[in-house]
Design a protein around this ligand. Structure first.
Ligand code: DX5
Ligand code: ZN
Length: 231
């Protein structure tokens, strides 16, 4: 199980210290949301921020591009030190070229899907993925409530992975707290992005530890759970 605090909920005036805090807290990944003010109505970080933070921690930098033209940004973020690059399936016929580009940059390949988009849209790409990111809120802002209707999508993604012996991680992002993380783990998720419920806690270490315990417990009740995935 991977716990990935989301930098969007960190103190924006202290990103370096917050990155180190995530590492000290025992997090596995640092989730970095990139917003372009077009694909989503908000702005966040550019490659220079990732480049600055990268040497401060051994954490995997999990870069989630909520951008209309990710093809412009893949190489800059890979060069800045991203370990995972995730683009959105809503880009339609430009998805496959982005996935190949990510692969060619030597980083892990991720695909994200928004709550209103049917899960069948990711099916043609699943065999190429290291990571399927199922958005559990509409992207753009932290602190939104979890959308329950996304749970069947997690179950379907887990079913496909089981049936076809594919190996992508199933990551959830948005409104993830101890309760919703457990629900997602039972549905088959193994990678948990959480902003508000982690970074807003004074004791981040305790928060990460609690979330890990809860999802490990709940994951035992997931269909065919096997801890076969590595970070
Ligand atoms: C939403 C982002 C999330 C966000 C999650 O657009 O993709 O990564 O930081 O924040 P919380 O956990 O506060 O919902
Ligand atoms: Zn995200």
């Amino acid at each position: 199980m991977i716990i990935a605090p989301s930098l969007l909920a960190a103190d924006p005036g202290r990103l370096a210290a917050e990155t180190q805090r995530a590492q000290r807290a025992g997090a596995d990944w640092l989730h970095v949301d990139i917003m372009d003010g077009h694909f989503v109505p908000n702005l966040s970080f550019g490659p220079a921020v990732v480049q600055r933070l990268r040497p401060l921690a051994r954490l995997t930098f999990d870069v989630h591009l909520m951008c209309s033209r990710p093809e412009l940004l893949l190489e800059p973020f890979a060069k800045a030190g991203a370990n995972n690059l995730t683009v959105h399936v809503e880009l339609g016929d430009r998805v496959m070229t982005s996935l190949w580009k990510i692969r060619s940059l030597g980083v892990k390949v991720g695909l994200a899907i928004n709550p209103p988009t049917a899960i069948g849209n990711v099916l043609p790409y699943l065999e190429h993925l290291d990571l399927l990111l199922i958005m559990t809120v509409n992207p753009g802002f932290g602190g939104q409530p979890f959308i329950d209707e996304t749970l069947p999508k997690i179950q379907q993604a887990a079913r496909w992975r089981r049936e076809r012996a594919w190996r992508y991680r199933i990551e959830v992002d948005g409104g993830i707290d101890l309760t919703t993380a457990a629900e997602c783990a039972r549905a088959g998720a193994d990678t948990f992005v959480s902003g508000t419920a982690l970074f807003h806690r004074r004791n981040l270490r305790a928060a990460v530890h609690q979330m890990r315990r809860v999802v490990q417990q709940a994951g035992r009740h997931a269909p065919h759970s096997k801890a076969k995935h590595t970070p």
